[in-house]
Every structure is written in structure tokens, then in C-alpha cells.
Design a protein around this ligand. Sequence first.
Ligand code: NAP
Length: 242
Amino acid sequence: MKYALVTGGSRGIGRAICLRLAAIGYPIIINYASNKDAAVETKKLVEEKGVQAELLQFDVASSTEVENALESWKNSHPEDYIAVLVNNAGIRQDNVMVFMEDSQWSSVLDISLNGFFYVTRKLLKDMLSKRFGRIVNIVSLSGLKGLPGQTNYSAAKAAVIGATKALAQEVATRKITVNAVAPGFIATDMTQDLNEAELKKTIPVGRFGTPEEVAAAVGFLASDQASYITGDVISINGGLYT
Ligand code: NAP
């Protein structure tokens, strides 16, 4: 069986992606870092759609945890492989650069950029040998445009965009597509502390987006219909920036 793994699938955009991929028929592996209750809730919501779901806790920023968790999943599923990978786990640690601490810089890079590398490298072998895979990286408007107060986050997301374009070319002949989705402001825990009333005045559509609006694009990129789209970045930002 072909599975879909969503890193950071416990909440927000990741949860909506789990539900979208379940709707197109993939059994779902829900990764999370520490919020087990939220992950269990996502599992319940996927199962309510009549689709199988499993939890897989690991810190994407830890090479060892990624290796161990995915190896043990593989050992318990000898007939199956992860055909769809959504690298969604991410955090914000905003600060102007002059005051940015080492830990704020490295934690954001470790999770978004190194996390993408550890998880993707591990799953590529099976995708290459099975000659099918879909990789979707959740990046950000911040990685395209740059946003003040987010040099760490903009750098991490821009780096993943570069890696998306390079990897897409490496694996294209094996029917593996690699794309990125770049949301603008989406209403989740991550944006709870932002001044939505002020910020939405800057967005042509006049509101924050929903996790489901991001998940719809991910679902399309994961589908068979998207087989000729690779190395691309799709913006979902209400017209804020193109
Ligand atoms: P969120 O609601 O804060 O959820 C973050 C998710 O990432 C949670 O499931 C969390 O797991 C997981 N996570 C965090 N660190 C992790 C780690 N080290 N290992 C494994 N999982 C980890 O965030 P969101 O808004 O849905 O954001 C999802 C993605 O979209 C991120 O990559 C973010 O950068 C990107 N994005 C968001 C927006 C926005 O406006 N919301 C805009 C552009 C891009 P736990 O539940 O266990 O903590």
C-alpha cells in the first residue's frame, strides 16, 4: 500500500492536509513533535472519513529520531511504502536580526531546512525504487519576498525552495515530483499572535486564508493529475505577493 506522511500533522495546516490526502484515498501517517492530544484528534478526524491513520512521533530536526522512527515504521510495514511526503513541520521565532539569538536562528533552520533534508533523504530510496513519489514542501511568502523580523524564517523557507527546484531535477525521470506551496497569512496557532485586523487590510482578498485552502493545493500536487508539475512553487496568499 502507498501511504502519505505529513510532518507536523497534528495541528493547523498539517491537520487540514492529512484530511485532504485522506479524502483522495491515502492512508495517513501523522507526525507530531509533542502535542499528542492534537495528533490523536487528527487521527480521529481521518478515521471518521473511513481512512486508516497512524501516529508517528519524532522531532524532524533530529537526524537520529527521523532515522529511527522511519526505520521502525518500515520494519512494521514490509509490504508498504511512503509514496507521498508533505514536509509541513515548522516554527516561527521572530526577532529583528540585531537582537536575534543563536537559538532563534538555529531552531528555525533546524526544523524547516534540516527537517526537510532528514525526512526526504530517508524516504527517497523507496520512491526511487518504486518509481513513483510526490513530495510537497510547505514554505512561505516569507521565503519568496522576505519579511522583516523573520530573517531566520525567510532564510529557511528560501533554502527549501532552492532544494525543491534542485531535487525536482534529480528525480524527475523516476516519476517523483517535488514542489513547494507558499502560504501567506493563514489562520492557525502560528499566526494567533498577529494583528489580523491590521494585516488583512494589506491582503487584496481582505482576509487571512484557511488551512483547507492550503490543503486543497497540496492535494492536487499529490494527485496523479499533477504528474507534469515539478520544481514549482504555488503561492496561496490572497493576492498579497506574486
Ligand atoms: P502550527 O499550527 O503552529 O503547527 C505546527 C506543526 O508543526 C504542529 O503540528 C507541530 O507539532 C509541528 N512541529 C513543530 N516543530 C516540529 C518538530 N521539530 N518536529 C515535528 N513536528 C513539529 O503551524 P501552521 O500554521 O499549521 O504551519 C504549518 C507550516 O506552514 C509550517 O511549515 C509553517 O512555516 C508554514 N506556514 C504557515 C503560515 C501561516 O500563516 N500559518 C504561513 C506560511 C507558511 P506539535 O503539535 O506536536 O507541536
